[in-house]
Design a protein around this ligand. Sequence first.
Ligand code: ADP
Ligand code: GN1
Ligand code: MG
Length: 363
Amino acid sequence: MNEPNFTEILSHFSINLPLKPFGNGHINTTFQVGDPPCYILQKINTAVFADAEGLMENVMAVTNHLRRKIAEEGGAPERETLTYLKTEEGSNFYRDAEGNCWRMYRFIGDAHAFETATPKLFAESARAFGNFQKMLADFPADTLHETIPQFHDTAARLKQLRAAVLENKSGRADAVGAEIEFAFARAGEADTIVSALQNGEIPLRVTHNDTKLNNVLFDDQTDKTLCVIDLDTVMPGSLLYDYGDALRFGASTAAEDETDLAKVQFDLELFRAYTDAYLETLAGSITEREIDLLPMGAKLITLECGMRFLADYINGDVYFRIHRENQNLDRARTQFKLVADMESKFDEMKAIVRTAKEKYCCF
Ligand code: ADP
Ligand code: GN1
Ligand code: MG
């Protein structure tokens, strides 16, 4: 691939500033524009998001909706949600001669994200995601494009793992039998959330679908949460996956790609902090059945994420960006270690949810 012509790309957004690589995401390629940064330029990963138009229509509509809500509540929309720029031609992104899709949004200054949390910060992030959920409660879900079909569907992800194992494109499947077996041993519960959605036991909502701690910006001055970012996967789904994904990442005692599994545990103090703040924020809008399924949400999204990393390792690392050999396998192993740890602590997790439910919710 030729080096992108950045001067030309930026000129379509009427910007002429220096730029350099930024961030550590697994999917898109990110640059900061300006030094100090004024904007973020991203090349959309079109292998993952084939429908760049649909994706950008989603984020534009969602951020417009959030902007209105934040203003109504007396907030500062330019700092509390993302602001995407249109191109000079009036499009939501610029497609270059090679077919790459580039989008631009404003950098939010004097703010930072965390990779690890204290219980206090983690509770703050739970309030941010809870409020995000509430602000999108009246967003018309049927206008959203399903940019990645069955994005959070644990049973479908298990099928994809099975297909990867059968194809064994990289020849790596034979060496990861124990990991494959770990996933298939849990096939019986994989469809718990999707079947609860299908039979109307729990509501379909507009959800974020990538609620990692580092997808919340905190204000440098106050350490209060400012803005939920990384809106590419906002789609109709279950709140249980949003809740669970936050815990999968934030309540782990180690990094997602830690190689020493002895360091990887599921921290119940962090679980309690998040759960308590989440239920306090969503009391009155979360249903009783959703609350009862919260521990299962944490377990299933962690299993699902592990299966996705494992399938990608077997497919030859074609989806999640890697920076070293075996990184996707290491990522899969941390997720499965967390699942096993959650299983051993499941009664305590249920008790923590029950206590928070009794404190904030009445049915
Ligand atoms: P990725 O898909 O790579 O995770 P994100 O949109 O989450 O992409 O951005 C990666 C990191 O960049 C975030 O964790 C945050 O620290 C920073 N960041 C992203 N958007 C902004 C913004 N608008 N203003 C300031 N920092 C940002
Ligand atoms: C990807 O963009 P990023 O790095 O936040 C992935 C998520 C995974 C996450 C695991 C579109 O998110 O689903 O949970 O990696 N995003 C997509 O860290 O697949
Ligand atoms: Mg992110």
